[in-house]
Write a new protein. Sequence first.
Lengths: 649, 204
Amino acid sequence: MLLNCFISFMAIVIFAFALHLVFDMKPAITPLVSVAVLINSLSLLAMYDFLKPGVVVVWVLAFSAFAIGVYKCRTTLKDKLNSFLSPGVILFIISSLLMLVFLAHRQPLMSEWDEFSFWGISKHLMKIHDQLYTFYKSSMIGNSTPPTLGCLAYFFQRFVPQFTEWICFFGYDVMFFACFSALTAAFDRKSWNSAFIVYLFGFLSPYIFELYTKVIYLEPVYITTYADVPLGIVTAGAMAVYFFATDNNSRDIMPVLPVLMLLTLIKDMGFALSCIVLFIAFFDMWIGKKEFSFFKIKGFFGKCFAAASMLAVAAGSFMGWSMHMVKVMNRNPFELGGVTNMGQVEMLITGVKELLFGPQSEKFVFVKNRMIDAFFTTKISMLGSGAVIFAIVTALFAVAVIFGDKNGKKRSIMMYITSIVGFVGYYVFHLFLYVYIFKDRVSYSLGSYNRYIYPYYIAWVSFAVMAVCLAARDGKKFFAKSTLFGFTGVIFLIFSIYAGYDNIFIECNDRSFALRLDIKEKVEYIEDAIGEDDVIFLHCGGDNGERWFVYTHEFAGNIIVEELAVDVAGLTPQQTKEKYQQTFYERFKKAGVTHLMVDKTSPFIEDYFGDLFVDWPVSNVGNNCMAYYKVNYENDWYSFSLVKGGSVE
Amino acid sequence: MIEKIKNISSRRIILGTAFTLIALFLLKGAFGLVSESAARKNGSLEYKVLTVEDMEWSGIENRDGVLITTDLDAQLATREVTKFASLKFYMEYTIFPGEMVVYYMEAGDPGFYPHKRIWITPVQGEMGWYTADTSMKDVVAVRIDPTMYAGNQLTFGEFIFNEEKTAGEYFEISYGDIFNLVVYTGIISSVLKFLQEMLKKEID
């Protein structure tokens, strides 16, 4: 199990080294570029249904690139290795290996709701079927989400006999650490201390927005498969890859292209973030890079061409995924769905029109005011509201401008302005999402506001730190370095006070996975009774839905049919019962349900379906019991006969 | 002297910091061992066995001899312990208990605090036994939250406070210790290096 993880990790390191050897790429940014190239390749292969052989193809790609690099630099290999081992790369390797040992030993589990409805189960499905989730029917919701994170998790467990959750976390963490390494790219071996501090800042950056106060429950930043933190960190990483390249030619742009593709294919919002990155990068090129040439096209046109290629990659990967969905799933890619059933372009046009020229609907005004309000009042981080974060970002950029060298000053000012524009764009885009796409219940309460917005904040604070790094390299070192040390120090201090290691991954307790462990016991008990092709109707008594989703994750290989609501208002008990039985019968028939699974009975099943159980009555199913029934269809009616059932403890 | 400091290599700064921290860690273990055995000798750290009847309940009801939790925050508290180093107890349940925690209140605290808590973990190989360990603390009260769920039927055995530890247990290293060791080594040596840079006037 460890071997697969280790080889895949080595492939990333070796390919990073090859990038340094062949293209003379700056060492600290190579891990992220390497992750991006390898995972993009795997995603592309997966979209053509070559996921299973894809991993080996990617390994071969990595190792042959390494061979070419070694051959090319056969005389200077030792010097090259020495220069490759920059502080960022060393920190990347050490922290990844420590994380690997920790995760393999501790084996944490997924614990957040949407991991069971999408983020986790998608990885489970890919492992079971050895295919991308677009190719088959399953009980997963939302199979239109782009593929890179799934492929990232699969890359590390292709040869592992069973789906393993901690390996998914490991894949994510390697990608994060590669981004942190890119953040340190301003510093060489001599300034290892600043590199370490910036790396530590990177490590803490998601916690700035996850720990609001002294927490009691698990904050699973590095042991979750959600996509929000990756969005933020990879955006920061992509910016760093661009920002710290100083060759003034196409080498500035080439490394960032694969990272933009990776970012675009993390989640739908990745495309917006990619556009913001290239927007900031374009203005930075314009003002900060003098002798710039892109494939021998010099000056302003070269810069335009460079930005156009970045846009082409981002838009191309976005379109590519859409085409894939059209081809494989017959889906219209531009439908955002949601309450108004609007297309993406349509949403933007309508939104901008309504925002600037009116008339604004009541809902629009309400949500707009709430979002403006939320910027100032909603506590989004350990430091305070969005406005406070903005103040801190401003202060950091101010440091970068005051203490930077001439070029650095210009670049910092420009980046400050463009990142504000980027933020406004990102914020307005979410306004449109809330108004036109989300359900009213979510819109009016700004549901999941923090989670949707903080990817940009993570990236934004990182941008500011990058600008300070530039000053610490080229400008007045003392003040800029002091700022880096001080800022990271403050965050670390608050982090240690708020977190307490039992609330983050480091000392996560099994009790935080209580629900999972409870269900795992039952799954182990019932597993052998379940056939590969069973279509299961699952009932969990007294459940808010979470148990149900955890089961769909556990039994990802089977189809689990959703429960349904029946309107029984105004009926007598007898009629209610008949209506329930009839509606469920039709539902079962239509969905082809072959089995019924019951975890914890509730009066509901007993009252309305009690007489359909032929042998082991469902009233036997107590709190710790689990039962699995076969559905018998006879004479246009159904009954349930026991396959396996009993007390689990 | 100053010349010497200027010439200390980065490697020595990092290794020196790491070894100092490891030494401090061992010292902390030794301190725990010595102070706890001293406290045990003079009788202030007491081995004590309580039953569930000795405790104050909240969120738990005795229904005809069966203990049932009535809300999501069932608690058992005692003020009979003044120095607290460990707890071990026996419990059976009907619903998987979820998060289990011990809180301790120190003199002057107006109540129990979320950060003054210790996780309860099952004892490996001893079915039904749970344990929570910490370094010795002066407490005025200890509270046990045995389950997160209402309607859980609980059966308790003995609550053993301050069972004697072996010498090795004082030096056990946790994930948190390793994390601290790595991160603090990095931070402290980075700061030292920064001071050295200032001394060498490498940075203006």
